[in-house]
Design a protein. Sequence first.
Length: 450
Amino acid sequence: MTRGLDRRTFLGAAAGGIAAARVFGANAQSRVAERPNVLFILADDLGFGDLSCYGRPDYATPVLDRLASQGMKFTSAYAAAPVCTPTRCAFITGRYPQRFEVGLQEPLTLRSPEVGLPADQPTVASLLRAAGYRTALIGKWHLGWRAEFRPQRYGFDEFFGSLSGSIDYFTHIAADAARALGSAVLPDLWDGDTSIESSGYLTDLLTERAVEYVARSHTQPFYLSLHYTAPHSPWEGPKDGGIDHADHGAGPMTNGGSLGAFAEMMRSMDAGVGRVLAALRRAGLERNTLVIFTSDNGGERYSFNWPFSFEKFYLWEGGIRVPAIVRWPGVVAANSVTEQPVITMDWTATILAAAGAAPDAAQPLDGESLLPVLRSERAVYDRELFWRTQTREATRIGQWKYVRDASMEHLYDLAVDLGEKADLKDRQPALFAELKERHAAWAAEMLPRP
């Protein structure tokens, strides 16, 4: 396991939080028996160190830092993929994206306008709705453009947001959505199945809709997925409304930007989360709401991924290790930190377990409930985690990690080498062979790589 990691520079002290967690005991048990509201917040392309409580040095994220101080901070949380569509598929279904067709294993592009989740696929939303929850998605979907592939076909009572992978923050135009739908350039902003035009900075629009949702009179517990597009490109802060956005409906949206614009995007999202949490507090729902915050993959050009190597698109730690914070007053001890390895599908399993919603027996979850970890009832334990893209694959078992990039293969000891600089495959041939074999066994249970 990674209990030997050097935590002095970026993990923070965990001992005090762990000791405090043990005080909860029976109280945590009784609180878990209740049916909490669920607020799941997903950032887009947020790197491991892009929150100040994870080490970002050039700006502050006071709201998310405070959220971490009120709950549990994970230092070994992983996205199910180094890009957005497969990670979102993993969360929505609770299953490895490699169990689904090729288009869901990679970012949806113009090559795949006909791709979406299977019509009969159980989702976190459909399972919660069957258990008596109201469900809503506000923000980015990126799991299918056509009407039959949109959120309300998969258990969400409401949807407000975008269908594509990247959208201009001011014009709300996304060229891939327009082309996939066979129409002229139009805003990729939807209220249900209706394309709408609305002025304003996208992060603010999503926040405002989430605040309005939380403030309603609720007769049932609710599950709200708030999927911000920040800080994904185009890198536009809320004060950049006067710049020329003409090319953002046609290009790849990966040019331009600056560290300053990225910082403003992060401050805007942080403040937006604060507004949603304040709405929970005003509604008297704070103590009975499970809040989870994480990212869909590692960061990109302006992210702070230290001490990890590489970034989004890669299966080294910089591409898949992400921040994750959980707050649930009375259940999760404040100021707690864990090195427990977790992966996207675990959030699905945890939400369902907390809500008392049964998974679908015919399509079992690949994630596992983290409630024992959140209640501080289980010490850090080893996991077997797997990743695969079109050209790369990786496995983490305990502290050991196998990475294959094209024809190059590597073995790393994450207990002493977070940067994945020392390849140990020649020094540890038996371990190298074992991890490679375990990956092959896992891959044999998935759909084949095309």
